[in-house]
Design a protein around this ligand. Structure first.
Ligand SMILES: NC(=O)c1ccc[n+]([C@@H]2O[C@H](COP(=O)([O-])OP(=O)(O)OC[C@H]3O[C@@H](n4cnc5c(N)ncnc54)[C@H](OP(=O)(O)O)[C@@H]3O)[C@@H](O)[C@H]2O)c1
Length: 174
């Protein structure tokens, strides 16, 4: 099963500063929720795979992210499995477990920087849904370089929120 990555990054590919998003873009958050939640089969859900640091940033009411099967990568927290979320010790295992879940239609890698960097090296990583924020936020965590291995496919119109302009791009592996 191929998988996708979904990310919002500033003009230096920055994704976070001081452990949080340095922008507030409700329209992009809605896009993230819709994109990762929608399925062709109404009886299925998507899986979201994220690093433990990103998991820790989720507010309690959306941890786990509702309507999606959450897989958390960690070598430190206790292993656990339930219907809504589970912990895995490495990315290979996370992908195997997500694929083995019969309810899962598509897999999204949802960050952060460590997980994006590792997942980009997998040939099964076929698509990147990339929100390009046209500003420099002085981030300290980054999305890896990818443009040489991917080709640009689709662009959604520019939007401006809170004085920040961004556009949503779709990239496919060459
Ligand atoms: N802009 C965006 O679209 C976006 C999206 C997502 C996240 N973010 C931001 O990104 C930041 C977090 O990124 P990050 O790079 O610091 O951390 P991260 O990738 O979210 O998580 C790193 C942690 O994941 C675990 N991990 C990493 N690789 C692993 C592997 N191969 N196997 C098992 N566990 C593994 C480790 O957890 P243990 O220490 O528990 O072992 C590691 O400390 C946050 O500030 C978040 O807000 C931004």
């Amino acid at each position: 099963m191929n998988f996708s990555m979904i990310v919002a990054a500033d003009e230096k590919r920055g994704i976070a500063r001081d452990g949080d998003l340095p922008w507030h873009l409700p329209g992009d958050l809605a896009h993230y929720k819709n994109y990762t939640s929608r399925t062709a089969d109404p009886n299925k859900q998507n899986a979201v795979i994220m690093g433990r640091t990103t998991w820790d940033t989720l507010p309690p009411k959306v941890q786990p992210l509702p309507g999606r099967y959450n897989v958390v990568l960690s070598r430190s927290i206790e292993e656990q499995v339930n219907e809504k979320w589970r912990v895995c010790r490495n990315l290979d295992d996370a992908l195997v477990k997500a694929r083995a879940n019969k309810s899962v239609e598509h897999i999204y890698i949802t960050g952060g920087g460590q997980i994006y960097t590792e997942a980009l090296e997998y040939p099964e990583c076929q698509t990147i849904i990339y929100t390009r924020i046209l500003k420099d936020y002085g981030c300290d965590t980054f999305f890896p370089e990818f443009e040489d291995r991917f080709e640009f496919d689709e662009l959604f119109d520019k939007r401006t929120e809170n004085d920040t302009t961004y556009r949503i791009e779709i990239w496919h592996r060459k």
